[in-house]
Design a protein around this ligand. Structure first.
Ligand SMILES: Cc1ncc(COP(=O)(O)O)c(C=O)c1O
Length: 396
């Protein structure tokens, strides 16, 4: 066997490969990490940057997970997820779906968070030379995932008068012969805007007309305040060009369990499963069993979700009172748990100043390609939300 040498003279210093050379760290995760570091150093910090519910996972879900561990759910599962979970996901989807090809368990791929489902989707659908329309502002990772797939994200900016939502007409204007798909997210991170059934219908009709893939990320669907948010599943006649993304993280306070899924036409779900079989394999077995409980114990789940949404609504209303009294411009959120606030200048500079001088962590809008804004998460105790928003207003 050749001897292992420690000669380093000829070693080239690390440079990221072209696969990731352009990749930026998730700004939302970076803000939370910075807030945590300041806290660890003894600073008082109110973290309004995190995109995760501050509630504990409901007890009935934790109990189901404990039972699953004791019953041996400690091994690999099928790459695409255990059948009872895929059946429960299909049943939940079919309760909304009105089209001709009901969701079957084989159309479902369970992944390590909906983040992986979205990555799988972008990687199997898009490639070099393709363009993907991204209504903007949008969740920061869509842009990076499309780039990782070697395709080009095309931001389409929504207008203020419509809560920064885009119209079918604006998408049509941004399209080229290379357009392959559109990313939808309603309720939206970072704005909290919710697309009406009519707005979605127009976009779906355009996509169908052009043969685009529609990727609908409905992770915040159950967190809506004024009226139930509309799933595109309830609007499409068939699912031939639809990828539906959802997960348990936000609705059931299960961020750390890492369970998300994609519902796709069979050929696409097979391709995602093949991709996942070479990357992460199955999502954690015990988490899958916990997710089964979340989706099948509907009475307990509904009670838990209703209670969490009640808290989110109270915080949203309290924060809006502070902003309205000060005449601050923001998007009125109808869902999710974010307030998107116009700071009328450099949002990154503002967010840094707010954290350093007042100990309030928010996410700069540059993460969502709209640098004059900041995102405030109200997934925090109401007194923190109110104090944080008051300090934000004072800093403005
Ligand atoms: C719009 C959106 N989609 C997907 C995700 C990822 O969620 P998960 O925890 O299921 O990976 C997030 C998390 O912040 C999100 O805001």
């Amino acid at each position: 066997m050749p001897a292992v040498t420690t000669a380093t003279a000829s070693l080239v210093p690390f440079a990221p490969s072209s696969n990731v050379a352009q990749l930026k760290e998730s700004a939302t995760i970076a803000v939370s990490a910075r807030a945590r570091a300041l806290k660890a150093a003894g600073r008082q910090v109110i973290d309004l940057g995190a995109g995760e519910p501050d509630f504990d996972t409901p007890v009935f879900i934790r109990r189901a997970a404990q039972k699953a561990i004791d019953s041996g759910a400690t091994r690999y599962t099928a790459t695409e997820g255990i059948l009872p979970l895929r059946e429960a996901i299909a049943a939940q989807a079919n309760a909304l779906y009105r089209g001709t090809d009901p969701v079957k368990p084989g159309d479902v791929v369970v992944s390590t968070g909906s983040k992986q489902s979205l990555f799988n989707t972008c990687f199997v659908l898009f490639g070099a030379g393709d363009e993907v329309l991204v209504p903007t502002p949008s969740w920061t990772s869509y842009y990076e995932m499309v780039v990782l797939a070697k395709a080009a994200p095309v931001p389409v900016f929504g207008s203020r008068s419509r809560g920064l939502k885009v119209t079918a007409g604006e998408l049509a204007d941004a399209a080229t012969p290379r357009t392959r798909g559109v990313m939808l997210n309603s309720p939206c991170n970072p704005t909290g805007s919710v697309y009406s059934a009519e707005e979605l219908r127009d976009i779906l009709a355009l996509a169908a007309d052009r043969g685009w893939w529609v990727v609908s990320d409905e992770i915040y669907l159950q967190i809506a305040y004024d009226a139930p948010a509309t799933s595109v599943l309830s609007l499409v006649p068939d699912r031939e060009r639809l990828i539906l993304i959802n997960g348990v993280a936000k609705s059931y306070a299960m961020t750390g369990w890492r369970i998300g899924w994609a519902i796709a036409p069979r050929a696409v779900s097979a391709s995602m499963t093949a991709l996942q079989s070479h990357t992460t394999s199955n999502a954690a077995a015990v988490s899958q069993h916990a997710a089964v409980a979340a989706l099948t114990d509907t009475a307990a789940a509904e009670a838990a979700v209703t209670e969490m949404v009640r808290h989110f609504r109270a915080r949203r209303d309290a924060a809006m009172d502070v902003l309205d009294a000060a005449g601050v411009q923001y998007v009125r959120p109808e869902g999710a748990f974010y307030l998107y606030i116009d700071v009328g200048g450099d949002g990154a500079e503002f967010a840094t100043r707010l954290l350093d001088s007042s100990g309030i962590a928010v996410v700069p809008g540059s993460a969502f390609l709209t640098p004059e804004w900041v995102r405030v998460s109200y997934a925090a105790p109401i007194e923190h939300v109110v104090e944080g928003v008051r300090k934000l207003v004072a800093a403005l």
